[in-house]
Design a protein. Structure first.
Length: 86
């Protein structure tokens, strides 16, 4: 549905159809998706997600946990720059 829907309305219609079928098997998940349906359907506008940013945030949080509190910001900054360099 994400690859073949070209407009927001066609994506929304296909999503609603799928949700109606999935309601029998996944009622809690369907309810959650319905609550966030507008945001989910925004994907059909630009076909982009926040996945890359979420990955960066998770990597930064991991470095912070591994550091158990850096002694200074420069040490933290150096670890971040090293982890994101190729």
């Amino acid at each position: 549905m994400y690859e073949t829907s070209q407009t927001v309305q066609s994506g929304l219609n296909r999503m609603k159809k799928w949700l109606a079928q999935a309601l029998v098997f996944y009622p809690k998940a369907v309810q959650t998706i319905r609550e966030h349906l507008e945001g989910i359907c925004n994907y059909f506008i630009s076909h982009t997600t926040s996945g890359v940013m979420e990955g960066i945030n998770n990597k930064v949080k991991l470095i912070m946990r591994q550091g158990y509190g850096f002694t200074d910001f420069e040490n933290f900054r150096a670890r971040l720059l090293a982890s994101f360099s190729d």
